[in-house]
Design a protein around this ligand. Structure first.
Ligand SMILES: C[S@@+](CC[C@H](N)C(=O)[O-])C[C@H]1O[C@@H](n2cnc3c(N)ncnc32)[C@H](O)[C@@H]1O
Length: 162
C-alpha cells in the first residue's frame, strides 16, 4: 500500500468512526470533546454532523485557520493532560463523546500520552458515552464497539462506557 493509500484509508476510517459515534450518542445530551485540533478537519466534520452540540477543543497550539477553529470559549489551550485533569470540575460525567486524534510518528510518545488521557476519561464520560480514538484508550468499564465496515482493527478505536 502506498503512503497515499494509507493516508486515504486513515481519513476514511476517521470519518466512518465519527459518523458511527454521532449516531450512537444521538439520544445522549451533552457536549463533545475534540482532543487535538490539528488542521481542524475532524473538528469541522463533527460540527457538521452534530450541529446542535457544543464542541470543546483541547489543543496546545492552534495551527488551524480561523474558519476551522472554535471560538475562544470552546478552545481549551494547554497540554491535554493538564487541561483534561481540570475538566471534571465543569463536565463531571457529562460528556457523551470524546474524539482523540493526538498521534505522531513516535509510538512510545503516543502510548504515554494515551495512558495520560485515558486516566481522565472516566470522570468525564457519561454512562453510555463513546470514545473514538486513533490510539488505544480503553480503560476499565469500557467495551469495544464494532468498527464500521471497511475499517481495519487497530486503525481506529471505538469504546462505550458501560
Ligand atoms: C494529528 S493532529 C490532529 C488532527 C485533527 N484531528 C484534524 O483532523 O486536523 C494532533 C494534534 O494534537 C495536538 N497535541 C498532541 N499532543 C498534545 C498534548 N499533549 N496537548 C495538547 N495538544 C496536543 C497537536 O498539537 C496536534 O495539533
Amino acid at each position: 500500500m502506498s503512503r497515499l493509500d494509507s493516508v486515504i484509508r486513515r481519513l476514511q476510517a476517521q470519518r466512518a468512526c465519527l459518523d458511527k459515534a454521532a449516531a450512537l450518542i444521538a439520544a445522549l445530551p451533552g457536549p463533545i470533546f475534540e482532543l487535538g485540533l490539528g488542521q481542524g478537519r475532524t473538528y469541522d466534520h463533527l460540527r457538521r454532523i452534530c450541529p446542535e452540540r457544543e464542541i470543546f477543543v483541547f489543543e496546545r497550539e492552534v495551527a488551524a485557520g480561523a474558519e476551522c477553529a472554535p471560538d475562544c470559549e470552546r478552545l481549551i489551550l494547554g497540554d491535554i493532560r493538564d487541561t483534561l485533569a481540570a475538566a471534571p470540575r465543569r463536565f463531571a460525567r457529562a460528556v457523551p463523546l470524546v474524539h482523540s486524534d493526538i498521534g505522531t510518528g513516535d509510538a512510545d510518545l503516543n502510548a504515554e500520552l494515551a495512558a495520560g488521557i485515558a486516566e481522565y476519561l472516566p470522570a468525564l464520560l457519561c454512562p453510555g458515552g463513546i470514545v473514538v480514538s486513533d490510539q488505544d484508550l480503553a480503560f476499565p468499564g469500557t467495551a469495544p464497539i464494532e468498527l464500521p465496515e471497511g475499517v481495519r482493527t487497530g486503525r481506529y478505536h471505538i469504546y462505550r462506557v458501560e
